[in-house]
Design a protein around this ligand. Structure first.
Ligand code: GAR
Length: 220
């Protein structure tokens, strides 16, 4: 068995996806260790979650004169950890193209929509406003384009007539906690790569995202 994957997580908020990844590392589902958690928000609850597990944390907040200046400060914090994988887990800053290109193939994100639909913010409100009947979340390799890069796995669920943005967000988040650990598990097992040829899982080119279809119509 190769060495455990060294994972650095970047967060801005609650960190429930971070928790799902911490739990999946602890259970052995992911052959990896979260070696550091870095937040751009000092109040992020995810920092508390990390500290409770004894995971080192860093906060990089305050005024930076540019996106590039923030990323230039972030890079040495990451490099000090010698990561095999960087996961964006509710990290709400846009990263510069230089940063993203540096970590190409080692940088994953989870986004609360069925990409390419609803890039950016307020995804649940926008899905409801458009009368979408299906919604969900996507895990993707990160490219320099906002919420871009090849999608690896999606969870799709039906929008209920009674849904509001809050209820929809909660149901999507529950599925995020399943698909993100699954993708990180594949990556850490050496089964998932993004090369010049495209995304490959077990040596087979993924021509479209793996779809996890959820029918939670009759559950809470
Ligand atoms: C999640 O829904 C995640 O998909 C979203 O922020 C939330 C973070 O929740 N990320 C984005 O919108 C990134 N564009 P968490 O802090 O509880 O994991």
């Amino acid at each position: 068995m190769p060495n455990k994957c060294r994972i650095v997580a970047l967060i801005s908020g609650s960190g429930s996806n971070l928790q799902a990844l911490i739990d999946a590392c602890a259970s052995g589902q992911i052959h990896g260790t979260i070696v550091a958690v870095i937040s751009d928000q000092p109040e992020a609850y995810g920092l508390v979650r990390a500290a409770k597990q004894g995971i080192p944390t860093e906060t990089l907040s305050g005024a930076f004169e540019s996106r590039a200046a923030f990323d230039a400060a972030l890079t040495p914090l990451i490099e000090a950890q010698r990561p095999d994988l960087l996961v964006l887990a509710g990290f709400m800053r846009i990263l510069s193209a230089d940063f993203v290109n540096r970590y190409r193939g080692k940088l994953l994100n989870i986004h609360p929509s069925l990409l390419p639909a609803y890039k950016g913010l307020h995804t649940h409100q926008r899905a409801l406003a458009e009368g979408a009947t299906q919604h969900g979340a996507s895990v993707h390799f990160v490219s320099a384009e906002l919420d871009g890069g090849p999608v690896i796995m999606q969870a799709q669920l039906p929008v209920r007539p009674e849904d509001d943005a809050r209820s929809l967000a909660a149901r999507v988040l529950k599925q995020e906690h399943l698909i993100y650990p699954q993708v990180v598990q594949w990556f850490c097992a050496g089964r998932l790569q993004w090369t010049a040829a495209g995304v490959e899982l077990d040596g087979v080119r993924l021509h479209q995202a793996i779809m996890y279809t959820v029918d939670d119509t009759n559950s809470d």
